[in-house]
Design a protein around this ligand. Structure first.
Ligand SMILES: [Zn+2]
Length: 1085
């Protein structure tokens, strides 16, 4: 059974901001990189992220990524660097045009009129735009045969200040409503629905509430809860919700100090602890000083406490109105039913003037460039001189661009920056002036498009050189144009991605919605962004006719070189900043306290108490019952079946999955890593990167990249390591993943062979760049995903597989990279021969396994190429496993970084207690996360997130928190989990919901390639179909008794668990004082 999927994808609804970038036509590529992370919930161990996060996340979300969704996702990516190619109409699917329609009289009956309608070939959908006559609310109703149905309601919510009103409101409206009067209906949906997506986002100018499900009944339940939430939330009358989600003073006892608490407050403190985020915010605000983008819709922690409840209520009243709403429906459900449901809500309102008030004003262009300097909190360790960041940002136009220009700019962006071989990216990184790229390239999700590019890890004295290099490179590109092969590779990459439309676990309908909304929200045509075929063909024709230089050079000149609206942001590391900010906050709070009378203080302590009591009191059963749920009968009794045929080609095992893939072949070529010497393991991620980015005897890495781009849909290489249940020895492999159109399968296998056998590890300078980039990436992870780092570290103390993963993606890896940076200079020959040694040890027919997903005909056709590929592999007489026995020393540990919020973890191996895996464990751990931890760590603790995770392969049960203001207090909550379960009482409805929610995780929606990949991982981990069936039955029959017994099992974490935290020096000091040196301290930044 997909144990890992179960628990690790329990937050599958959340997509990782690092992998998400704005939607324009070409950023589809990045939604494809989301796709890959969908697969990784299966991967219980984490390693590298081959993708440099190029885009600065703009959205604030209701819930953070889980430990696993962010920490394990890095392990695999079809990164955009290696996406690609094919001829224009190669991917075409037949479709039927009989998508159901809404008769005019039915629309009229529900109060709607049809504005326009079209069949959109690109997404094989019939789309109709309706207008609600009474309020003017607009509805895009998209019908097709996609079972993964999507609903979304979006309001224009431009803020006037940085108090974070839209963000706090986004959180708060999901805390109870008229029809669903409980504390958090949202959490009830998380617990007990089959959703394939459930979250909410705040953009700089809009707020978005999407849900998705493949089950129609479940889907409409979700829609109703969301509609009631946005239009009739309790939060506008309930000051305590505002306090909880936004901010409040907390005072437990009048003798203690006052502190600030609030979920958004702490979430944003986390955001403001990350240099890349600070840079992105500074740039946006300086680019748009005169309109709503000049403030932070997410909220600046310094400004959030200025927000009043009155302003908050007023904002909701004004903007959460049908007249200001855009509503999206997508999928195979009945379009008439959609209008019926909407009419029940919309009819209750009259038209308002909100659309005028919410209009986003355009920023006028500057006549002179601007330069700003910002400081960011840095640790005092390491070389601060080389920690500067520099980024150049342009506002490209004073009004929205037409789609054709936007498309061409997107193409240009990909040409300049899209792959490691792209000239602007390559030249900047090869200059040695910095460690990694910053800036998101072209971004067109807001009203006016921007372009930004820069470097981090720069010496202060090199700042000017970086600026000059950016400008001279852009000038050179304008004058000389791009190589023909590069243009061809970009074109094919973009086309493959558009046509494959592989959005991974992110519903396709949601990806389309976000694209459509990016124009619709500004009163432009919502259909246009969905149609790429014509403008793409026109662009291709223009390039063919006039040459690429004639197309792109004028754009570089007009929008960048001759554009005075340029903001240069320089970021300086400041080791004092974190403690200064902390001290400034303390000072304010002390003043507040000093200004209060004794009665005031008593009252505040009472209010604090009252809020906590409310947060910790469970909802009454009748309120809980108001949230609609499925019943167990609605749930299929059998797990989702993935057709798998196990065969043999030239003595190598081959798994084939016969699934419809639109003529694409997905292949994984897996090599056993067990024969690798232990000391070489930390080099593996860089070995993988070198295979793709170092070049061969005949091809430079640029040529190799272009070839991959022109011939295939992308190739990626990454390690996969996991414990295997009931076995000492871990499962450890290197996976080569590739995809290509059916007609290009031979090319795909030839290229994989070339990458594996012909790449030469000789380019010292390039390798050194890889090391610097990886180091920068790890430092970023440490600040942004400290929970993942803590989880990896705990695993490394508990089992060998965990140790390996930590060596390739944890604090140990960061330490290794720092040493390696020097070693590359001193002993390059040694490093190079180690890389060669890895190759020799890996490449063997004996340890190889092939996995392929496509339809039957294409699978059969591919076999001859597989056979040829295997013939070229060396065979060894036997593959001997190397001795792997390392683990980190078991003590508690605090990883200290400059941050305003902490990540707190505690874990133990529960198999060591004699516990035998039972399906109920999935239900129970999800339940602990969504009740006990949600209530105590997030709601009353004020952290952005708290959850537990059970790695059923290793037996490690771990607790983790995310952007947490507390430390020891959170550990106490974890320790209380056992008692919570033992004393638990629950009615049947609650139990049923918990079971259904768990099934929703197990049956998480997967596209064909993901199904084939999951099946591969199950095969590697020895999980049989019988076991899956057995676990499912155990899940379905989970009882309260199981909960209580599990309460005993997880006492092991309390009694014998190891704790690792990633935290600020102040909090660690305080904790060590309070609990006599509980933590060994390790400075990491
Ligand atoms: Zn949030």
């Amino acid at each position: 059974m997909e144990t890992a999927v179960l628990l690790r994808s329990s937050n599958k609804l959340i997509f990782n901001p690092r992998h998400y970038s704005p939607h324009n036509f070409f950023r589809l590529l990045s939604s494809s990189s989301i796709s890959s992370s969908s697969l990784t919930p299966l991967n219980p161990h984490r390693s590298i992220n081959p993708l440099t996060a190029r885009s600065l996340p703009r959205r604030r979300k209701l819930i953070p990524p889980s430990a696993t969704s962010s920490s394990s996702s890095p392990s695999f990516h079809f990164n955009k660097h290696h996406f690609s190619t094919l001829s224009p109409h190669a991917i075409a699917t037949p479709y039927s045009l009989d998508a159901s329609t809404v008769p005019d009289e039915v629309a009229a009956k529900y109060g709607f009129e049809k504005v326009s309608g079209e069949f959109i070939g690109e997404c094989k959908s019939k789309a109709v735009l309706f207008k609600h006559k009474k309020t003017g609310a607009e509805v895009m109703s998209v019908s097709n045969d996609d079972e993964n149905k999507v609903f979304g309601i979006v309001f224009r919510t431009p803020p006037k200040d940085s108090t974070g009103i839209p963000h706090i409101l986004e959180h708060s409206v999901l805390c109870g409503s008229r029809k669903y009067p409980l504390k958090e209906p949202f959490v009830e949906l998380l617990k007990g629905s089959l959703h394939t997506f459930l979250n909410a986002f705040t953009y700089p100018d809009r707020t978005c509430y999407p849900v998705a499900s493949t089950n129609t009944k479940d889907f409409y339940n979700l829609v109703d809860v969301y509609l009631d939430a946005v239009f009739f939330p309790k939060c506008v009358e309930d000051y305590q919700t505002f306090q909880q989600e936004g901010w409040h003073f907390e005072l437990n006892d009048p003798s203690e100090e006052i502190s600030y608490k609030g979920v958004v407050f702490n979430e944003m403190k986390g955001v403001y602890s990350q240099p890349d985020n600070i840079l992105g915010r500074a740039a946006q605000q300086a680019l748009f000083p005169d309109n709503t983008y000049g403030v932070d819709s997410g909220g600046d922690p310094k400004v959030i406490p200025k927000l009043t409840f009155e302003q908050f209520k007023e904002f909701h009243g004004k903007y959460y109105h049908p007249s200001n709403a855009r509503i999206w429906f997508y999928g195979d459900d009945d379009p008439s039913e959609r209008l019926r449901i909407l009419s029940e809500y919309l009819d209750m309102f009259d038209a308002s003037s909100a659309p005028n008030e919410s209009r986003v004003e355009q920023q006028k262009l500057f006549s002179e460039p601007v330069r700003i300097i910002e400081k960011y909190p840095a640790g005092d360790g390491g070389d601060l001189k080389k920690k500067h960041m520099i980024c150049l940002n342009w506002l490209l136009a004073d009004k929205p661009l037409d789609l054709e220009t936007e498309l061409t700019l997107g193409f240009l962006d990909h040409l300049m920056l899209g792959t490691p071989a792209s000239p602007l990216r390559k030249i900047l990184l090869e200059s040695g002036l910095g460690d990694a790229i910053v800036g998101g390239g072209i971004e067109d999700e807001l009203l006016q498009p921007q372009f930004s590019i820069g470097l981090k890890g720069v010496f202060e004295e090199h700042i000017q050189k970086v600026e000059e290099l950016v400008m001279s490179t852009l000038k050179k590109l304008k004058e000389e144009g791009f190589e023909t092969e590069a243009v061809e590779a970009s074109m094919n990459t973009i086309e493959f991605s558009l046509r494959e439309n592989n959005t991974g676990s992110f519903p396709r309908g949601l990806s389309l919605m976000l694209r459509s909304i990016s124009k619709w929200i500004y009163d432009m045509n919502p259909f246009e962004p969905l149609k790429y075929e014509k403008p793409l063909m026109a662009l291709k024709a223009r390039i063919a006719e006039e040459g690429s230089k004639a197309v792109f050079s004028p754009l570089i000149e007009k929008f960048i070189l001759n554009n005075p609206h340029c903001v240069t942001v320089e970021m300086q590391p400041d080791p004092e900043k974190a403690s200064h900010d902390e001290a400034a906050e303390r000072e304010i709070l002390e003043k507040v306290k000093a200004s209060m009378t004794e009665e005031d203080l008593a009252e505040l302590a009472r209010a604090t108490q009252e809020l906590r009591l409310k947060q910790e009191t469970p909802d009454p059963p009748e309120a809980l019952r108001s949230v609609p749920s499925l019943i167990l009968r609605d749930i299929p009794k059998e797990p989702i079946h993935v057709p798998t045929e196990v065969g043999d080609i030239n003595g190598v095992k081959v798994l084939k999955h016969d699934l419809f893939t639109n003529d694409v072949l997905y292949a994984e070529i897996v090599f056993n890593m067990r024969s690798l010497k232990q000391e070489l393991l930390p080099l593996v991620p860089l070995f993988c990167q070198s295979l793709l980015e170092m070049g061969t005897k005949d091809l430079t890495f640029v040529q190799l990249n272009q070839l991959i781009g022109r011939k295939t849909g992308g190739i990626s290489v990454y390690p996969f390591t996991s414990s295997v249940r009931g076995r000492e020895d871990p499962c450890s492999h290197i996976v080569v993943r590739g995809k290509a159109m059916a007609g290009r399968v031979e090319d795909l296998f030839n290229l994989v062979n070339c990458v594996l056998q012909e790449v030469r590890f000789t380019d010292q300078q390039r390798f050194k760049q890889f090391v610097s980039q990886s180091k920068a990436r790890m430092e970023n992870r440490l600040r942004g995903s400290g929970h993942g780092i803590a989880a990896a570290r705990m695993d490394a103390k508990l089992n060998v597989a965990g140790w390996i993963s930590e060596q390739m993606g944890g604090v140990s890896y960061l330490e290794f990279l720092k040493a390696l940076e020097k070693r590359v200079d001193q002993d390059w020959a040694g490093v190079s021969s180690s890389l060669e040694e890895i190759r020799i040890s890996l490449l063997s027919k004996n340890g190889c396994l092939i996995n392929m997903t496509a339809d039957g005909k294409n699978l059969t056709n591919s076999e001859k190429y597989v056979s040829k590929f295997l013939d070229l592999l060396p065979s060894k007489s036997s593959v001997e496993a190397a001795a792997w026995n390392a683990q980190l020393s078991p003590g508690n540990e605090a990883i200290v970084i400059p941050t305003q919020v902490n990540y707190v973890g505690k874990a133990a191996n529960i198999y060591d207690t004699g516990y035998k895996l039972h399906g109920s464990a999935y239900v129970i751990s999800k339940y602990i996360s969504n009740t006990w931890l949600w209530d105590r760590v997030r709601v009353s603790g004020g952290a952005y997130g708290g959850f537990c995770d059970f790695d059923t392969h290793s037996g490690v049960f771990s607790f983790l928190s995310y952007r947490d203001p507390n430390l020891l207090k959170t550990l106490d909550v974890y320790d209380g989990s056992g008692a919570f379960l033992r004393e638990l009482e629950m009615d049947n409805d609650t139990l049923t919901k918990a079971i259904i929610g768990t099934i929703g995780d197990v049956d998480s929606y997967q596209l064909a390639d993901a199904k084939g990949y999951s099946s591969l991982l199950r095969y590697l981990l020895g999980i049989t179909e019988e076991e899956r069936q057995k676990r499912r039955e155990e899940i379905l029959s989970t009882s309260l008794k199981d909960f209580k017994e599990f309460g005993e099992v997880i006492e092991a974490v309390k009694d014998k668990g190891v704790s690792v935290v990633v935290a600020s020096p102040e909090d660690v000091d305080a904790a060590n004082k309070e609990r006599s040196n509980y933590f060994d301290v390790k400075k990491a930044l």
